[in-house]
Design a binder for this molecule. Sequence first.
Ligand code: TNX
Length: 531
Amino acid sequence: MRRRHTLTRLLAIAALGLPFTLPAAPAAATPATPTRHLSDVVPAPVETHPDAGATFRITPLTVIRTTPGSTAAWQVGRHLAGTLRPATGYPLPVLPVRSTPLPEIALLLGGADARVGQQGYQIDVTRHGVTIRANTAAGLFAGAQTLRQLLPAEIEAPHRQRVTWTVPGGRIVDHPRFAYRGAMLDVARHFHTVDEITAYVDLLSQYKINYLHLHLTDDQGWRIQIDSWPRLTTVGGGPGTGVDGVGPGFLTKADYQAVVAYAAARHITIIPEIDMPGHTNAAQSTYPELNCDGVAPPPRTDMAVGYSSLCINDELTYRFVEDVIRELAAITPGPFLHIGGDEAHATTDEDYRTFMDRVLPLVTKYGKRASGWNEVTQADPPSDVVAQFWGTGTTNADLVDAAARGNKVIMSPASRTYLDMKYDANTRLGLRWAGLIEVSDAYGWDPAHRVSGVGEDAILGVEAPLWSETLRSLDDIEFMAFPRLPAIAELGWSTEASHDWESFRVRLGEQAPRWRLQDVNFYPSPQVPWI
Ligand code: TNX
């Protein structure tokens, strides 16, 4: 309250054009972190033009100014203020106005370098202020994440008195290589709460991830409320569900919508996945009529895959699937709905094709674009269907054929992007079927040269899946995702030409103070020079 009063007074004085004095600078202004450079950012920006003489310093007088009339720009400003206020202790009011006489961080729609496109941004740092320009609020948000990394780590009271909030001078022009940069969280094998999912969203958004794919159903558990089939969650997400019988848990529709809204405010789109026609034991053990013999199999809490299948030639199956897709599409504002399709070893090839021929049009009927694991390409899907490649190899004839027909591909090669693989033989958590994945393995590949015949033009982007057979808590999620998630984020955003392990490992090591302050339980890989 007192702060706001002071600022109102200062603004009033400034508006009158009267001289005013700056509140005294904090005593002993020793930076807690070394001086930063414009290129000390993950993912690496496209272009940086440092100007050594133009450092900007945030002070108690600094305001955040956003394009007047744009709620979306104002919301980006509010989010930035929400991260910088506790760190600096400064009021940082967010003002949707044309100009102020005060030093400012301006978030402006329009006027950026033409190359920034729909997701990029331009930042100019002078002695008088920081200006972020973009064509969209998503671009402004991405620029704001870069700005956060150019500032000292977001330390909170009581230590912040020792920090000077300086931003290195110059210009950054930045835009992503791929439109889609995703992460996936499996909430079926072990349920993760709204608080855990949103905490993960916060971390993802700092690295310019713009999609979060939620794996909502599997053999062990069903984690999303469907009103027309209520026992899916009360039983299929009830006590004893999840690997090793740890449970229960599911997202009500209100929970799911809260996650969607929280993610949207950070420019992340949620993609819901209902895995089918395999990985369906939780549904089939709950509803006997979903089985060809009418007999419900027992619930399963082991880690086996490939044993369940919906009953392909029963009309009830398609009533069930349509109910689920209709209800899920209705609470999903994003464009995609993921229908799984992986490891359907208990479904014949012919039945798999029959199933996809029936189900893919249902996704379209409810206004969504279908995505599926790469097996979906075996069913020659329509060209708007997106295939998510998860193989460990470098060839896949069905995927190449689909790409040639125009299907877009998301690259999630398991031996590089699977965040549930162990780092080394001693990693307590995780699996190792796709290999051990150290940070250099997660970083050391190129999305457009992974599967021969599936090049840059066919690729929508990259995604890092995190399966949760061995994970219980947010600490577990963080340990597996950090620091490999930022590696995949950089492959999705930064240019192929900028790919450089030596540069990446140094920039990654510089993230550690942030993670410590944010309480991120990261794996201190020996490959990275942590500061
Ligand atoms: C394979 S990859 C799966 C999942 C498992 C994962 C464990 C894919 C599409 N299916 O069912 O959870 O391996 O790493």
